[in-house]
Design a protein around this ligand. Sequence first.
Ligand SMILES: [Zn+2]
Length: 373
Amino acid sequence: MLRTVAALAACMAGRDGGTGHVTMCDRRPAASRHTVSLAINFQLSETALSSLDLRRLRQNEHVRALTREVHVQLDQLIQPLFVAEAITHPEPVPGLTGVHQESSESLLRQVERDLKAGVTKFLLFGVPRARAERQIDWSFTASQVRALKARFGRDIWLATDVCLCSSTPHGHCGVLNAEGDHLDNDASVAELVQAALAYAQAGADCVAPSDMMDGRVGAIRTALDGAGLERTILMSYAVKFHSTLYGPFRLAADSAPKSGAALKDRASYQLDPARPNDAWLCAERDAAEGADILMVKPGLPYLDLLRELSRAIRKPWAVYHVSGEFAALEALVAQGLADRAALHREILIAFRRAGASMIITYGARFACDWLAT
Ligand SMILES: [Zn+2]
């Protein structure tokens, strides 16, 4: 302890431990060095040494609770829901404990259970039976929105994902060009606008475009306002990376790019993990185009960007703790290597610490227990 303090004092005074070598701290102005030097002399007293015992404020749960700066509350969590037209019974999603692809009937029962568990915010993904390249029929997912709002009304806040990948024959998030090797941006945006309008007219509180086409936020906002839907919130998947962590989700939403398409993956429209500048450009653009809420997806590998962006762009920020991340935690628990509640709680705290106002997590329906322990 004494050696540490002495070294710290020497450093702050501008010299290392008596060798006379100039340290990096020497860059501070001379007057500042003098002030720091006086402060260090005071700190070297025995009384001041004990003040360096930072463990004092960790010694019991009372004082730990009093000094916490970050909190996670159940009402900050959003539960994803999957509903498929082609099934009649719920089917479990591999890797995602407690998450099912629901039928229209089981969807209502699940939301009823979620409400009892204290969950009131949802993000709905619809999987229609029919698929089409253009002029897609959005009526199935819209009907599910209508049914949920008719049953639960204002007891729930319902966001609806807006994308093409569960509705196109090839599984891409937009309309393919004639060669089949690239997405036609404007044709894709036209389809997305129709989806957003259908969901908003059905009563969705929020529409959430996840496709990553250029200009879709502005186009959807303009269309909503033009249709008298000014109160519908627009949450943009603004910073969505081309990630390997979407595996279980693609099973649940039946949205993986199909083999045989010339366009093999989503690298040409989702963000490159090695290009953080692109994340800034997307976030700034979507904010300017009228997004009410901005999102980073996935979560844990991109906490650096969530932290920086949420501090710089004064919009509410959502983070999506995606299926691969969630399944990895569940695998750890399944092997008996971690306590489930403590593990998920730690990750949720990390998202809040990095600046997320809201967290989309497959575990929202279990979080009442996780946050209470
Ligand atoms: Zn998609």
